[in-house]
Design a protein around this ligand. Structure first.
Ligand code: ASP
Length: 343
């Protein structure tokens, strides 16, 4: 009899513990976003442009936060957030994607689940309206992590992801930027400026920027997502860091969720996102210390321009960048804040 009572008590205790663990905790839900880093300065911004960027960043934050507030997962939140920015011509992703040397728009995207370490990514796609949704489909509906080009497009179509004519991605400003860069044998960060007249077009036309989102949901799970058109005048088949798991995108509940923006070649070689997670995991760094170490020291020594957003499982986050500016923002405790410049 006494033994039965003991088992009953134990059973109740185990169930209570399990329940307490799964009980959603809305106090920590957080969403952090970026819309690209580069030579973004007050001098090169008009009040109208600034307003447009801030409005769109806020809309993206509100959209993803609404998902989290309703008890949605961090994965759903980052996907919904990225879609808002992909549908806007302001950013270098989806609708506003930059042009390749051949005059095409080739996009890359990735998403990662911090709970399961499952990931999905696509590269060099030209007909997928929302590349992030295709990356999600690769993660959820295939046994693969990465699909590229025609195969990725075929797979996306088969899974009901919206397909558009490549002309959907045409924007005049971006096309003009390509014409000016062609012949220089150079690639360029979409939002980069400079001092020569050729480079100034990027200051002038800073209407774009790779987009990224990291989120913490009420169940304590992290997710990261990044979407990009890459770099203007990139050559055939060039793939940047955004869809490379561990370089431009990474998420692990045991460390952090990261999305990067910047000169992809450097971010791939520095394995930026995974490096930040590793510093937290193996060296016990805080998310801020880890992100600062990689972006403000390692990348600077390396010559890699750009920034990241990084978020840990307690809702602590960092948004360091080593360029003049980075479109960025966060929302937590029902309060959103967006910023563009360094100060
Ligand atoms: N990281 C992107 C790439 O290299 C570019 C960007 O962040 O704007 O493809």
């Amino acid at each position: 009899m006494k033994k039965n009572l003991y088992f009953l008590l134990l059973f109740m205790l185990v169930n209570f513990a399990a329940l307490a663990q799964t009980k959603p905790d809305y106090s920590k839900i957080t969403l952090v976003i970026h819309g690209g880093a580069g030579t973004i300065t007050r001098e090169n911004m008009t009040p109208e442009k600034e307003k447009a960027y801030k409005e769109k960043l806020n809309e993206a934050l509100e959209t993803g936060y609404a998902v989290l507030k309703k008890g949605g997962t961090s994965l759903d939140a980052v996907e919904a957030t990225i879609k808002v920015m992909e549908d806007s011509p302001l950013f270098n992703a989806g609708k506003g994607a930059v042009f390749t040397n051949e005059g095409k728009n080739e996009m890359d995207a990735a998403i990662m689940d911090g709970k399961t370490l499952k990931a999905g990514s696509i590269a060099s796609v030209t007909t997928i309206k929302n590349p992030i949704t295709a990356a999600r489909a690769v993660m959820d509906k295939s046994e693969h992590v990465m699909m590229i080009g025609d195969g990725a497009e075929k797979f996306a179509k088969m899974n009901g992801v919206e397909i558009v004519d490549p002309s959907y991605f045409y924007t005049e400003t971006r096309f003009n930027q390509l014409q000016k860069l062609k012949g220089e044998e150079k690639t360029k960060l979409d939002h980069d400026g400079g001092t020569s007249s050729t480079e100034n077009i990027f200051v002038e036309g800073k209407k774009f920027g790779t987009v990224g989102a990291v989120a913490l949901d009420a169940y304590g799970n992290l997710a990261a997502a990044t979407s990009t058109g890459g770099m203007t005048n990139k050559r055939y088949g060039r793939v940047g860091d955004a869809p490379i798991i561990g370089a431009g995108t990474y998420a692990d509940n045991n460390s952090c969720a990261v999305s990067a923006t910047g000169h992809g070649e450097y971010f791939i070689r520095a394995v930026v996102a995974h490096d930040i997670a590793s510093l937290m995991k193996y060296k016990g760094y805080s998310v801020k210390k880890a992100a600062d170490e990689v972006v403000l020291k390692k990348l600077v020594d390396f010559g890699g321009e750009g920034g990241v957003i990084a978020l840990d499982k307690n809702g602590n986050f960092a948004m360091p960048f080593n360029s003049a500016g980075m479109y960025r923002g966060f929302i937590k405790n029902d309060k959103a804040e967006v910023s563009i410049y360094k100060d």
